[in-house]
Design a protein around this ligand. Structure first.
Ligand SMILES: *Cc1c(COP(=O)(O)O)cnc(C)c1O
Length: 858
């Protein structure tokens, strides 16, 4: 019999134990082992059985046990201490509270997915985990962020395997009442809702769940409410499912509904309105359109003109792009956007043709039929970034078409390299090693933590790695058992699993989405050579592999099947395992248990990658293509670089070469070092490399470093610019008018004549180049422009590379809008040198020289 309706009855805790409910309601427990210990003590077996899920635990503890615990003074005082610790964490001043007055009062962080804990499965992979780590690190630093996302009834999907190794997807229902979230309610107790007008139907309604991520609230919109027709209820069914229209509706809900939810949250709780809006990838980009609606047509708003509203929005918006894979960029048919954002649509009164223009690919090579969310993201955000140095560079090339008058180097996309939240990802045994030498891992003083690495003995370090490897082996065996039972094997056939994998064998991890550029099967390029590595009698390696393919990606599923079929072979199955359903719960013991973390994407498609950072923090050595973060921080001694054959276009050939290099490294560098033991059984050269990895990468790969960078480089400047533009919107209005005037007058700007002085026939280091530029500005004034001497090295074709800019000063003005600008540069370096003169718009509210897209060259 099926129930017609389900709900979860929440437990009533005895008064002495209500603090357990408070601890469960704040997700800080998910990165705080001491709090997990308290839950485990409630009922150790049940804690395991419910998969370390406090809400489920509290729902299933038998009443007798509650009485026992309430009478147990030791437990009650331990609980009080844990609660006090949480209280302290939530209220004490942290880094941000001392970071200065220029910082924003509040930042809204929008993302389509958030990966915080396995018990709130609202993520598919790297993007979501990053968003979760961003919120957690912001909480640790006291940064006032509010997360905004959706609550998907089925999350992403659960992966299992068929007998043949083909990916199977299931979509278990998540009951919100059983999740660590609560409904946002109005003061009178009724549930807060937002609504969005959709064409051809009633208004879409959504309720708002709040997850407490330490100090950070995360708002999640959910369309499963009475009053919505079924096809609206389905909007928040699953992550990245459905057709274009479904995705568009999800993104309208996230962007437009998200702003409305945020307003409701601030109104109800009294939290400050965000001064900065950060969109994590393009999916939430419609938030910019909703803000334009608020500022232009909303009767409660300031009723600005559209161009002024755009300046207000841009100044306070940060856009992070996350993928250099063109297919990874979100694009919709133009007509669909026209339909959903027209007058009968979600932001009535905002002219739809202006909306369409914001997402138009109106540059060379663009498709006039599509609406591009990344393009809109760049146009509606004054500050944009990629997620590693290399990715920033690749993104500047990829989106150069939006600023065609500028060289790639000046495309206004910066980069902030991703980081990971150490308390979530580092095994407690590793923290304990450092703590034994006086370092406090929970504090903000990470330097002391990394310095402690020098004091830990090699023997201790190595014994700890073995503990972690062994834990992984046990977890992998448990997962193999479950997987094989699902695949239809009988218990009697599965005896081999008890000795599958070995806690003393060099363990290589490889887990990631089965996107084609990640090349899940590169290691299978020469199966015989791989087999030899696995079965080497003296120096074997073992591989633990995991990863999901998108449900619509049969290519990805075929790659998984190839791995699974290889690993199924009786000869090798004790040394290579594919573990289904890669998620946070699997990842947490996986990274610490690996000695080597392998990554072999097709360069440069891995924007950053973060799993290798998590491995490094646990003393894993990276063996990776120089892509994403590894391109930046590989230093020759903290792991290995797989050579990438960039010049070869033939993909097969490239795979052959790169796979051969992988086998070579494993055979000649990695395994000999791992098995080179001293008289105490410690591979000293390996442990030195591990120590160096912790010290060189530890401080860099942290999410706290990343969030600090965001605050200093993007959030604070955005908030300052927004404040100076918006006090009474005068600044924004002036800026909008100025931009209009400068763009209209720009065709009149000409560099008429440039004179150079100070350089004769033989120019030597130490001489000074002086230039005098005569510039016609037409209707513009000298204050509107900056005339610049651009100089630097030149290549064989006289193209300037590695350019520097020296502004020229106004010296004289003549009739007819002509002016003379002078300036110079000292020639400090020998070699080929070149220069030119250009004029660019100048305004203190611009954040980059290319912002208006116009420039005039001599
Ligand atoms: C870290 C992590 C990812 C992202 O790893 P990449 O290196 O960016 O591919 C994906 N899934 C889970 C469960 C993770 O923990």
């Amino acid at each position: 019999m099926r129930a017609i309706r389900r709900f979860t009855v929440r437990p009533v805790l005895p008064p002495a134990l209500t603090a357990l409910g408070e601890l469960a309601a704040n997700l800080r427990w998910s990165w705080h082992p001491p709090t997990q210990d308290v839950f485990a003590a409630v009922d150790p077996e049940l804690w395991e059985a419910v998969g370390h899920d406090p809400v489920r635990l509290l729902g299933e503890v038998p009443p007798e046990r509650w009485q026992q615990l309430a009478d147990d003074e030791g437990f009650v005082s331990w609980l009080a201490q844990a609660r006090g610790d949480l209280e302290h964490y939530l209220t004490e001043p942290r880094w941000f509270q001392n970071a200065g007055a220029e910082t924003p009062r509040s930042i809204a962080y929008f993302s389509p997915e958030f990966g915080i804990t396995a018990v709130l499965p609202q993520y598919s992979g790297g993007l979501g985990i990053l968003a979760g780590d961003h919120l957690k690190a912001a909480s640790d630093l006291g940064v006032p962020i509010v997360g905004v996302g959706l609550l998907y009834r089925h999350g992403y999907f659960k992966q299992s395997l068929s007998r043949e190794g083909w990916q199977q997807e299931t979509y278990p229902v998540l009951d919100p009442d059983g999740l660590p979230i609560s409904l946002l309610r109005e003061a009178d107790g009724s549930r807060a809702t937002i609504s969005i007008q959709l064409p051809d139907g009633p208004d879409l309604l959504a309720r708002i769940w709040v997850a407490s991520v330490g100090r950070v609230p995360l708002l999640m919109l959910d369309t499963d409410v009475e009053g919505n027709p079924d096809h609206y209820v389905e909007i928040t069914d699953r992550l990245y499912g459905g057709n274009s229209e479904h995705r568009l509706r999800q993104e309208l809900l996230l962007g437009i509904g998200g702003v409305r939810a945020l307003r409701a949250y601030c109104r109800i709780t009294g939290a400050p309105e965000p001064e900065v809006f950060h969109t994590n990838e393009g999916h939430a980009g419609f938030l910019g359109i909703e803000r334009i609606r608020e500022l232009t047509v909303d009767p409660a708003g300031p009723r600005l003109d559209l161009d002024t509203a755009i300046e207000v929005g841009r100044a306070s918006t940060v856009f992070t792009t996350h993928t250099p894979v063109p297919a990874g960029i979100d694009r919709f048919p133009r007509e669909l956007v026209e339909q959903y954002l027209g007058d009968a649509g979600a932001t009535p009164g905002v002219p739809v043709e202006r909306v369409l223009a914001l997402g138009a690919e109106d540059y060379e090579g663009g498709d006039p039929g599509v609406f591009n969310m990344a393009v809109m993201g760049f146009r509606l955000a004054q500050r944009a970034n990629g997620v590693s140095q290399l990715h920033g560079h690749v993104s500047r090339g990829m989106f150069n078409g939006l600023w065609p008058a500028f060289d790639e180097a000046e495309v206004p996309i910066s980069s902030i390299t991703n980081g990971v939240h150490a308390p979530t990802w580092v095994a407690r045994e590793i923290f304990a090693l450092a703590a034994a030498h006086g370092a406090d891992p929970s504090g903000d003083d990470t330097e002391a933590f990394w310095a402690a690495v020098d004091h830990v003995s090699s023997g201790d370090m190595w014994r700890t790695k073995r503990v972690l490897r062994e834990r992984l082996v046990h977890d992998a065996r448990r997962r193999l058992h479950k997987s094989w039972e699902k695949r239809g094997a009988s218990k009697a056939e599965l005896g081999w699993i008890d000795s599958a994998l070995d806690p003393d064998v060099l363990t290589i991890g490889f887990a990631r989405r089965a996107a084609s550029y990640k090349r899940l099967t590169l290691m299978l390029r020469d199966p015989e050579r791989l087999r030899k590595l696995l079965l080497d009698p003296e120096r074997p390696v073992q591989l633990v592999i995991a990863g999901k393919a998108h449900p619509a990606d049969d290519g990805g599923k075929r790659l998984i099947q190839q791995i699974v079929q290889f690993a199924d072979d009786e000869d090798v199955r004790h040394r290579i395992a594919f573990l289904p359903n890669y998620d946070i719960a699997m990842a947490q013991p996986l990274y610490p248990g690996c000695d080597v973390w392998l990554n072999n994407p097709l360069r440069p498609y891995e924007a950053c990658g973060t799993s290798g950072m998590k491995a490094a923090l646990n003393g894993g050595l990276n063996l990776s293509i120089l892509d994403g973060w590894w391109d930046e921080w590989y230093d020759g001694e903290n792991g290995w670089a797989l050579p990438s054959v960039d010049g070869v276009d033939d993909v097969d050939k490239r795979d052959d070469l790169e796979a051969a290099a992988l086998y070579d490294l494993l055979e000649n560098e990695v395994t000999p070092r791992f098995y080179d033991l001293d008289h105490e059984g410690v591979p000293t050269r390996w442990v030195e490399m591990l120590r160096h990895t912790l010290k060189s990468l530890g401080p860099k790969v942290l999410a706290t470093r990343m969030v600090r960078d965001y605050v200093r480089e993007l959030y604070a400047p955005a908030a300052q610019n927004a404040r100076s533009l918006n006090s009474d919107y005068r600044g924004a209005r002036d800026l909008a008018q100025w931009k209009g005037r400068v763009k209209a007058g720009w065709p009149g700007v000409r560099i008429e004549h440039v004179e150079a002085h100070g350089i004769g026939d033989a120019v030597e280091v130490g001489s000074t180049l002086t230039v005098r530029a005569f510039v016609a500005l037409g209707d513009l004034s000298p204050e509107d422009v900056e005339v610049q001497l651009v100089h630097g090295r030149v290549d064989a074709d006289d193209v300037l590379v590695e350019t520097h800019v020296a502004p020229l000063g106004l010296v004289e003005s003549y009739d007819g809008g002509r002016h003379r600008f002078d300036g110079g540069v000292d020639l400090g370096r020998s070699g080929p040198f070149g220069y030119t003169v250009r004029a660019v718009p100048r305004n203190p509210h611009l954040s980059a020289v290319a912002e208006l897209g116009v420039v005039t060259l001599a």
